[in-house]
Design a binder for this molecule. Sequence first.
Ligand code: NAD
Length: 491
Amino acid sequence: MEKMFINGKWLHSVNRETRDITNPANGEVITNVADGSEEDVKLAINAARSAFDKGEWTETSARSRADLLYKVADKLTNRVEEFAKLETLNNGKPYREAEYDIQDAINQLQYFAGLATKPKGQTFDVPEDMQSMVVREPVGVVGQIIPWNYPLVMAVQKIAPAIAAGCTIVIKPAEHTPLTLIKLFEIFDESGFPPGVVNLVLGPGATVGAELVRNPKVDKVAFTGGTETGIRIMKSAAETIKKVGLELGGKSPNIVFADADFETAVDHALYAIFSNQGQVCSAGSRLLLEKSIYDKFVPELVRRAQKIKVGPGLMEGTEMGPLISENHMNRVLNYIDIGKNEGATLLCGGYKLEDEELSRGYFIAPTIFTDTTPEMRIVQEEIFGPVLVIQTFETEEEAITLANGTKYGLAGAVFTADGSKALRVIRKLRAGITWINTYHNTYNEAPWSGYKQSGIGRELGTYGFEEYLETKQINISIRPKPSHWFGNETS
Ligand code: NAD
C-alpha cells in the first residue's frame, strides 16, 4: 500500500482507510493507496506551517532551494521510462504522451530552479531622506490541488515555483491518479528537503481538498480542475481571504479559414481534440470552419479520425488511450446522447469500443458532430473527451462572435495564410493561450491560464512564479530624526 508523506514521514491515513487505484485500459486494480480525511490534512498543514514559520526552510537561500530542485530534476531524468510507464498505467494516456509529460516536468523543475536566484526586488527614488524598496517574499503555506489528466506535470508546475519562491506546500493529487506523484515524493524524500516543506495528502476532494481550502493556516490555494469545483473553492477560500489561483475548464475554438494550409489545418484539428483522449483543458473541442472549405475539409477530417489507433497506452502504436474511469466514460457517452437529441449530426464515433481486448477498458471512438447551433449543450459545455463539434462561419466577424460565444476563455487557434488576419482574429479572442497555424505547443517560459470562467491568475513563466511571492515595501530613513508630529519636545 502506498502512503502519504507528511512532515518527512510516510504515513497511513489516520482512519486506516485505503483506495484501489485502477488501470483504465482494463479496469484492473494496480495497487491501493492510503485514503485520507480532514485529520491527515490538518497534520500536513501544521507541518507545513511550522516548517515555514520556524523551521530551517525559512533560513535557506534561493541558491540552496534551486540546488534542491536541480537535484530532483536530475533524479527524475534517470527514471523517465519508469515514470512514463507508471503514468500510462494509471492515467491511460499513450506512452509517447506520458514520456513527453515527464520530460516537461523535468524542464519545469529546471526552469524554476533557475528562476529562484534571479533578481526580484525594486528600489524607488522618493522625496525626503528616505530609501524605499520592495522585496519579494514567499507567500507562505500553499495548498495545491491537482486533476487527473496530467497527474505529474500539473503537480510539478505548482510545486517547482512554490519551492523556488521559498513556500512550503501540501499537495493533493486527484483520487484516480496519485501514483507518479507518490513516486516523485520518494525522490523528494531522498533529496534532503527539511521535514514539513513538501507534504503529500491523498483522498477525496470533498473532504481532503475542501480542508486544504478552508484551513486558516493555509495562505494560498492553487487549484487545477473543473469550473464548478473552482467556484466552490473560491467561495470557501473567501472565508479566510486566501489567495487563490484557479486553472479551470475550457471549450476552445480552433478557427480554420479557407486560405489555411490544408494539410496543416486538418492535422492540427485532429491533434487539438484527440490528444490525451480529449481530456485536455485547452483542447480544440470546437472546430470553426469557413463554409467554403467545409466540403473538402470535413470528409478528410472524418477519414483520418476513423484511422486513429485506439488501444491501451502501453501497446506499441497506440495513438489514443482509454478515458480515465467508467464514470467519466459514461459522462462523455451521455453528452454524445445529448448531442444526438439536440439534433446535431454524428459524423463518426459516438460509441464505446467493445472489441474483445478493449471491452473492459474505458475506450470511446473519436467522435465528430456537425450541424450544430451555438446554443446546443455540446457546443457550450466542456465534455472533456474525444468529442469534436463543428461550427461554420462566413465572415471574420462571425468567426470571432462564435469563438467567444461560451463562458470559457482558456485557449484558441487560428489557421490562415494571411498574417494580418491571423493577428486581428487572435487579438479579438477572449482567451489566455492562443496559437496561429499550430495547436497545443506550450512552453514553461510562457504564462498559462484563461480569461472569463477558465481561471484566475497565471501558472508557469515569470508570471506563474509571481503568484508564489508576496510584495513588501521597506522604507529606510537615511537621516533618522524625530517626526515632531505630536508636540515638539526636545530633551
Ligand atoms: P475536478 O474539479 O473534479 O477535480 C480536480 C481536483 O479537485 C481533484 O483533486 C479533486 O479531488 C479536487 N476537488 C474536488 N472537489 C473539491 C472540493 N470541493 N474542494 C477541494 N478540492 C476538490 O476536475 P477533474 O475532473 O479532476 O479534472 C478535469 C477538469 O480540470 C476539467 O474541467 C479541465 O478542463 C480542468 N483542467 C484545467 C487545466 C488548466 O490548466 N486550466 C488543466 C487540466 C485540467
